[in-house]
Design a protein around this ligand. Structure first.
Ligand SMILES: Cc1cc2nc3c(=O)[nH]c(=O)nc-3n(C[C@H](O)[C@H](O)[C@H](O)COP(=O)(O)O)c2cc1C
Length: 197
């Protein structure tokens, strides 16, 4: 059995979202589906949603912004992503998802639902905000300038949080919840099976 066809397109600046996209792909594949995963910065000509039963578009967040490439994909294909003929998944990796989950959903995900015109209670949409990575080690993929910026912001978040948000100042702080990520991928697979279109 060939299963359903799924496309996962992601944008990443430091690699966290790429690892999540690959893990999600693995789980959906294990449920007997065919999955194509693309880094939207590297593949300048990603496939149209029209050829797929399910599409997931994802991004890491920097200064409250999606990557340009993931954003462009949604803008280009908003009609197909919102037409409820296929399962449409969205996710982001961000630190706001750790310190204020609701705000992360409202800021980074809901505007895209509105953009494609899909109601958030549709049984064709699945979205989530996962934690991100703050790697302050010497081997970090985050460049020196960005690292400094993130360090300043992280300190502010810690001070505002009254003890609920802590991290290692020189360490790799990985806030991704792999159990939550697994659940997302399993739910996506289930929705694919249930979608009769
Ligand atoms: C310079 C910089 C700015 C960031 N700005 C934000 C932000 O505005 N909001 C947020 O929630 N996370 C922010 N983050 C945290 C990232 O979302 C987190 O590191 C995430 O894992 C990045 O995903 P990526 O590695 O796939 O690019 C920032 C990180 C850096 C390095």
């Amino acid at each position: 059995m060939a299963g359903k066809k799924v496309f996962i397109g992601y944008g990443t600046r430091y690699g966290a979202t790429e690892e999540v996209a690959n893990r999600i792909a693995e789980i959906i594949r294990n449920a007997n589906n065919q999955v194509q995963v693309e880094n939207l910065k590297k593949n300048k000509n990603p496939p149209s949603p029209q050829d797929f039963d399910g599409v997931i578009i994802a991004s890491g967040i920097r200064c409250s912004e999606w990557t340009k490439e993931s954003n462009n994909y949604i803008n280009k294909y908003k009609k197909q992503l919102g037409d409820q003929k296929r399962i449409f998944g969205l996710f982001v990796c961000s630190i706001l998802a750790v310190t204020n989950y609701k705000e992360a959903v409202n800021n980074f995900l809901r505007p895209n639902l509105v953009k494609v015109g899909i109601p958030d209670d549709s049984n064709h949409i699945i979205y989530d905000a996962f934690g991100g990575v703050m790697d302050f080690t010497k081997t970090s993929k985050i460049g020196l300038f960005d690292k400094k910026g993130l360090q300043v912001w992280a300190k502010e978040l810690k001070n505002e949080s009254e003890g609920s948000f802590t991290y290692e100042e020189d360490g790799k702080n990985d806030f991704r919840n792999w159990e939550k990520i697994r659940e997302y991928a399993e739910n996506f697979s289930k929705m694919l099976t249930e979608n009769s279109n």
